[in-house]
Design a binder for this molecule. Structure first.
Ligand SMILES: [Zn+2]
Length: 610
């Protein structure tokens, strides 16, 4: 190669490398500085906010939107009507919003808004502030948005609010004017009807001025807490970096405990000490420490310096570096909710999927991981209770989904979280079917590919907004298998597979024919085990042709045979094995219970009666 050609080749190579790097999806950035002054007698606060907003998109923005979540807690709001009109109302909400008095409702009243010093026109439309810009925010530019507002904290109905049922004064989630996310799918100015969230990555620097007897827990690290009391109030200053939301809670009766993990992560616990909480909250730090160990190893290293578990809210709800949970629970329930909400640090706080569009990617993935963590805690004796084998860990989860699927009100996971016809379809779809999505994927691509893929997904997509395709592409790359069909069937439809053993019959030359069929509407690769009377067994794997390959052997000790692949168009499949039928004790389809098979009663053929 001459020098010019070499130089050209080098330049082309550089360009390809550059394209590979820059083809990563752009995302906006919003850095908040907020000062909050709380009047605990009126349950109101004054806020001021400066956001440095960087438009990393290729589009000039002629308008922007803010969420004003507190406005949902007003009679006749979209959340009020939706909560009552849906076929199966949430017990926590029902008609409670409609009955709120003027001093009990929530509101955010914007008093002024400017961009780079120029006042802006804006209009409050329910829970969204619509802002038309006089001049566009150009691609690549950063603007300074300054706002002042008054707010009233609603009586606690859902997640945020004052005086929750366990007596926590302030559960402050979805509490400030929050810029709506603009991403590669456009604006996400979703009105708040009670479900899911999506936010912009950035840093939060928050000062909270509140009556001096209150103790404040929050997202991020406490920078300073002024001992000086001014006008009966103390100042609390928190910083949370590289997050997409900020939560805080305050109560005069918080007991605060902490534990520093071996890797330096600080864990803090805020709870009201009484007979219901004392013992279980004393045991929580050691158990959560062990949970962290397992999670870091299997799902990616927790990247933030602190995590706070704070009593508040109306059940459990995840936020960056913190959670609000109700705290008067038995040990199993307290650990269960704490692990679930901590797991959300991975599935939504760090891997920031748009929950409104893909609720199953945060609730489902979180539920799956929680089941594994809880079982591990039992295995190591950190939590009372019998662990179950991996083969049976999700059996009840599968059964409950299969039941629901047969009910006729199941809806595809591709439904927007706000738009499911029932709370049940949203709940089962996102928590249960999303959970199965992962365990069944492990079946399809094999345990080793799956475990590596989960860590790779974390590494490649942390602090970004992955969507279902991004996830499945990681798994395709890790396994070398084609998986688009799985995503399409599982996410966009409510179809299920129903494989069954049609027959086992003697053949010539001391062999046996096994006939299978799929009576369901979804294809799958098939694992099948033949158990012999002498106690030995052979595992057969039938690849699904559209995967263009098959998972590697999962257990090196198995007699393992990979058969001809199965085209999904063909309902029937048969193969011959070189064993006399007299030697066979039973044939079992899907012995690891990881396929979500509609009817398992036809998955086993017993050839002798015990
Ligand atoms: Zn959850």
């Amino acid at each position: 190669m001459n020098l010019i050609l070499k130089t050209l080749t080098f330049l082309v190579f550089c360009n390809v490398a550059l394209i590979a790097q820059t083809s990563q999806r752009w995302q906006q950035e919003a850095n908040y500085k907020m000062n909050i002054d709380v009047d605990v007698d009126k349950h109101q606060y004054k806020g001021s906010q400066t956001i440095e907003y960087t438009n990393n998109s290729p589009d000039p923005l002629n308008k922007i939107f803010y969420h004003l979540y507190f406005n949902a807690f007003q009679p006749n709001s979209m959340m009020d009507v939706r909560s009552q009109d849906i076929s199966d109302p949430d017990r926590r909400v029902k008609s409670r919003i409609g009955r709120l008095n003027a001093d009990e409702i929530g509101y955010i009243q914007v008093n002024s808004l400017s961009m780079d010093g120029t006042a802006l026109n804006y209009e409050t439309v329910g829970t969204i502030l619509e802002v038309a810009l006089a001049s566009p925010i150009l691609p690549g530019s950063t603007v300074k948005l300054e706002m002042e507002w008054d707010a009233q904290v609603p009586v606690q109905i859902r997640r945020s609010g004052r005086d929750n049922k366990e007596g926590i004064n302030y559960s402050m989630s979805q509490w400030y004017p929050k810029l709506c996310e603009y991403d590669y799918q456009g604006w996400h100015a979703n009105p708040y009807v009670g479900r899911e969230f999506h936010g912009i990555w950035g840093d939060f620097d928050v000062n909270i001025n509140i009556a001096s007897d209150h103790i404040v827990g929050a997202s991020g690290l406490l920078q300073a807490q002024m001992d000086k009391v001014v006008g009966g109030k103390k100042n609390w200053h928190f910083i949370a970096e590289n997050v997409h939301d900020f939560v805080w809670a305050a109560d005069p009766d918080y007991t605060v405990t902490q534990k520093t993990r071996a890797d330096g992560t600080e864990m803090k616990f805020y709870f009201q000490e009484n007979d219901k909480t004392r013992e279980v909250w004393a045991r929580l730090p050691d158990i959560m420490d062990k949970a962290f160990d397992y999670i870091n190893t299997h799902f990616g290293q927790y990247p933030y310096p602190i995590y706070s578990i704070i009593q508040g809210g109306d059940g459990g709800m995840e936020y960056p570096m913190a959670t609000l949970i109700t705290g008067e629970r038995g040990l199993g329930s307290l650990v269960g909710v704490s692990v679930h909400e901590l797991m959300h640090s991975w599935y939504q706080m760090i891997l920031g999927t748009n929950e409104s569009l893909y609720a199953w990617m945060d609730e489902g993935f979180t539920s799956y991981a929680t089941d594994r963590v809880m079982n591990h805690l039992k295995e190591i004796g950190a939590l009372p209770g019998e662990p179950v084998s991996k083969e049976n860990l999700f059996v009840n989860t599968y059964a409950s989904y299969i039941n629901f699927n047969a009910s006729g009100i199941d809806e595809p996971l591709s439904t927007h979280a706000d738009h499911f016809n029932s709370n049940a379809a949203y709940g089962v779809g996102s928590y249960v079917k999303g959970n199965i999505f992962l365990n069944q994927l492990e079946y399809i691509i094999g345990k080793e590919n799956f475990d590596k893929g989960m860590l790779r997904y974390f590494d490649e997509w942390k602090f970004r907004h992955p969507n279902p395709n991004d996830f499945i592409r990681v798994m395709e790359k890790e396994s070398g298998l084609e998986l688009d069909w799985y995503k399409e069937y599982w996410v966009n439809s409510t179809r299920l597979p129903d494989y069954n053993i049609k027959g086992v019959s003697a053949e010539e030359r001391k062999s046996t024919k096994i006939k299978l069929s799929n009576k369901g509407q979804m294809p799958m690769p098939v694992d099948l085990v033949v158990n012999f009377k002498d106690g030995s067994k052979t595992v057969y794997h039938i690849p699904l042709r559209i995967m263009r390959g098959e998972k590697p052997i999962e257990n090196e000790n198995d007699n393992y045979v990979v058969l001809e692949d199965w085209p999904w168009t063909h309902p029937d499949y048969e193969f011959v094995i070189p064993f006399k039928i007299k030697k066979i004790k039973s044939v079992n389809l899907d012995p690891s219970n990881r396929m979500c098979d509609m009817d398992r009663s036809n998955n086993e053929k017993l050839l002798i009666k015990n």
